[in-house]
Design a protein around this ligand. Sequence first.
Ligand code: NDP
Ligand code: GDR
Length: 399
Amino acid sequence: MKKALITGITGQDGSYLAEFLLEKGYEVHGIKRRASQFNTQRIDHLYQDPHIEHARLKLHYGDLTDTSNLTRILQEVQPDEVYNLGAQSHVAVSFESPEYTADVDAVGTLRLLEAIRFLGLEKKTRFYQASTSELYGLVQEIPQRETTPFHPRSPYAVAKMYAYWIAVNYREAYGMYACNGILFNHESPRRGETFVTRKITRGLANIALGLEKCLYMGNIDSLRDWGHAKDYVRMQWMMLQQDQPEDFVIATGVQYSVRQFITWSAEHLGIKLRFEGQGVEEIGIVESLTDKYHALIQHSAPSTQHTAEGDPDSRLPTPNSPPLKPGDVIVKIDPRYFRPAEVETLLGDPTKAKEKLGWVPEITVQQMCEEMVAADLEAAKRHALLKGAGFEVAVSTER
Ligand code: NDP
Ligand code: GDR
């Protein structure tokens, strides 16, 4: 049975990759960080009681900043494949924590590679590095391919550039099977709540049900090449199954704006939006509400009708007037979300992956948007029902 070790198993990609590798029959080991609260929600459905024999998912406490811990886990597991997905992965946050980002994303990658070499595993263990389209930053060529020069635009991207080259260096210097997947943005219902797509689908679902009033956005002119995380983790595995290690761009080859993603998300909720104004004055206004919207709020909007305190009926949800009406402003620009240096446009060319590996993305960005809105709507309905029944529900708006 093949053994894989995944750093970042509790993240979006880690959870889909663990699922994929378990289905392929792997024994999957993951590194999770110690936190003051449970942090394994994305992989709880895969959990196997470690007390039972032959459990194929095993979690180890660890951190990419801790060399001795990484060495011990690698020695214990002796993996055939290592997927280095762990990272401080938020671009905007990297401007606030640049040194930590470098420690985890850049030096963390070196720590792992050096531990593999130190343990004499460099000929056994194949290594996947989660590289990123952010390396292209200020783009030098459209679309971006494996040969396009890099120009990183954030502490995150600079750290990932070190990680990219150290993986190449260990391949060239020690003959390690090490590959970079240069992945363009990929999303899913498991995407972290502060990345733009999820912020939009979650925020608009909450607004549709009256749990929040307005979505505050940064640069909505930004253009991205968005794919589905499920398609992209399949490719991560494919890259480690070749005869020779190589680096690949993984992208859809299609690009849309953040504003377009907001419009699609609203449409899935039955809200027709129009944008007015320019720059920081730009706003998104409800133009009209379709039957879809009226149907969805029928039994899910929080009650505003209150009966006497202590009356048990007051805790039951009651029919409500729609939280939204045409003319409501539900999107505003807040410069707080602008970045000190922005990556305005990214568009990938996945030709090499298609030709050499036969990889093609199966889920379109529109299908993915619909899936994300549906998932966030379900969560919002649960909140709204609780609220309507009189329970305190805090909808975190931390961005
Ligand atoms: P997430 O932010 O969802 O997951 C990051 C993972 O890394 C989490 O499991 C997190 O743990 C873990 N982690 C963070 N800091 C440390 C640390 N110090 N030590 C160990 N683990 C740590 O990212 P994604 O799943 O979206 O992305 C996976 C990888 O791919 C990342 O390296 C990202 O930079 C890269 N990437 C992502 C793209 C995307 O569009 N999603 C595109 C290109 C590259 P915890 O759960 O405890 O926070
Ligand atoms: P990105 O993803 O920076 O591309 O990095 P993110 O979703 O954060 O931003 C995409 C674009 O949207 C603009 N934007 C906003 N972004 C956020 N988060 N919040 C906002 O309110 C907002 N308004 C506009 C951004 O300015 C940006 O242009 C992601 C991460 O997963 C990285 O780890 C990965 O390497 C790259 O994708 C590829």
